[in-house]
Unconditional design. Structure first.
Length: 472
């Protein structure tokens, strides 16, 4: 069974950086400024060889200790050949307050020859900027699938203009109480693909994973401006996050799994979120995901805007069990490439479901169509049954023509409106316009669009017109 785990101008969507400003991210160091502002130590002065054979762990650790004591960063420069390979036989701890810099493309950190115990290269703590380095995990078939870099209970850990390649395990794991941290302007190639050798589903891994703990403890994190090519599972997977931003990224996926695992085991998308609050997915380009291109499950307060999603295995955009979601200004086309997708409920440009009353979802200004000669996207918007929403709005300005079967699929059940007394009605304002409530104490028989007066015993329907509540 495949998992469900896994207003803007359509033609003038601003860059995500212009649309989303997070106060915590604004405090993060800009690498271009930081590189010139903070003095640094040269790791070669502490014995780093970067000749591909010598274990450079002790030398790099010594340089980091000296940099922390001096309040400086560490520069790792190429040694002879470019790129130079700096071999590590065991992980390096990048202590709080120390940054590592390299000229992009000149230095590769990689497990040392004979290191068959762990591909873990860096452990990070707080106030770490990692700039310009390439991390090589030793190959898709390395001896084990441990993470290549990881942060635990960390604040302000940022990878900027780095490259991750050839890893069996997760490239960057951020676990438990991670704050104001993330990846930007970086590249991920050939990540988590040991499944090709074993044909075992658990040998697929994400490129970036944020997980564990409570969303109140992990907030302000982000992945922006990065590219992902050939990743075994979701390029970015987040759980228990608050105020997470996934913006301006590019995912070029490959769908070989669709033939290796025809039964459909939890196929990955470009972005997957579960159990999180306030997630923004904006301005991304996604092609060829094996599962849903954007896959959002049980996540509250979601914005999915200005994305371009094509040729996903099942749905282009999936929002399942959200308390509140806005899906607007997206292009989602030619999805449903996985042959078994039709057995799930039918592939669609946008897929929705909600198992409990309370979901408020707006679908507006999207293009969800199929331009292929042999159409695979059955529906523009699909609502899985049974689904119950407090408020679902599929606007007429969505372009849903050209799909294989129909523009829409699925009946929608609406839960009862909230119940209150007239005095207890929430404030009616522009932000709550079109809200509907039921009142239990109307004094007299209500007139259509008339005033509501409490103190009685009559039930009446109350409608917020943007300024005040009126009887309906």
């Amino acid at each position: 069974m495949w998992r469900l785990f896994a207003v803007l101008c359509l033609f003038a969507v601003p860059a995500a950086a212009d649309m989303y400003q997070d106060a915590s991210n604004a405090k993060l160091p800009d690498a271009r400024v930081h590189l010139h502002a903070q003095p640094s130590l040269d790791a070669r002065d502490y014995g780093m060889k970067c000749d591909g054979a010598t274990d450079d762990k002790a030398a790099l650790q010594a340089a980091i200790a000296a940099a922390q004591a001096a309040g400086k960063a560490v520069t790792i420069s190429a040694s002879g050949a470019v790129p130079s390979v700096c071999a590590l036989a065991s992980p390096v701890d990048v202590v709080a307050g120390v940054s590592l810099w390299a000229q992009p493309g000149t230095v590769i950190l990689k497990p040392a020859p004979g290191n068959t115990t762990s591909p873990l290269l860096l452990g990070l703590y707080a106030d770490n900027l990692i700039y310009g380095l390439t991390f090589d995990g030793g190959g898709s078939d390395f001896a084990n699938g441990a993470n290549v870099t990881q942060a635990y209970n960390s604040n302000r850990v940022v990878f900027d203009t780095v490259r991750f390649q050839n890893t069996r395990g997760i490239a960057f794991l951020a676990s438990t109480a991670i704050r104001n941290s993330g990846v930007r302007n970086s590249t991920f190639v050939n990540i988590g693909n040991h499944w090709r050798a074993t044909h075992v589903t658990t040998d697929r891994q994400q490129a970036i994973a944020y997980c564990c703990g409570a969303s109140a403890d992990s907030y302000g994190n982000f992945v922006t401006g990065s590219s992902f090519t050939d990743v075994g599972l979701d390029p970015t997977s987040v759980g228990a996050q608050k105020d997470f931003l996934f913006a301006d990224n590019k995912c070029d996926m490959e769908q070989g799994q669709l033939t290796v695992f025809p039964g459909g085991p939890a196929f990955g998308g470009c972005f997957y979120s579960t159990g999180s609050d306030a997630v923004t997915v904006i301005g991304n380009r996604i092609d060829g995901a094996a599962g849903n291109g954007i896959d959002i499950l049980d996540t509250n307060y979601v914005i999915v805007a200005g994305n371009q999603v094509t040729r996903s295995g099942n749905c282009g955009i999936g929002v399942f069990g959200a308390t509140s979601a806005t899906v607007t200004g997206n292009i989602s086309r030619d999805n449903g490439q996985w042959a078994a997708a039709d057995s799930i409920d039918g592939a669609a440009g946008i897929c929705l479901s909600n198992s409990a009353n309370g979901g408020r979802v707006s679908i507006a200004g999207n293009v969800a169509t199929d331009d292929q000669a042999m159409k695979t996207q059955l529906y523009g918007v699909r609502v899985s049954a049974p689904s119950t929403f407090a408020d679902l709005r599929i606007a007429q300005d969505n372009a849903l023509s050209g799909n294989a079967t129909s523009a829409l699929k699925g009946a929608v059940a609406y839960g009862p409106p909230g119940l209150a007394t007239v005095a207890a009605l929430p404030a009616c304002a522009a932000a709550t316009k079109h809200s509907v409530m039921a009142v239990s104490d109307q004094l007299s028989a209500p007139a259509y669009r008339g005033a509501l007066t409490g103190g009685g015993t009559l039930a009446a329907l109350a409608y917020c017109n943007g300024t005040s509540w009126e009887a309906h």
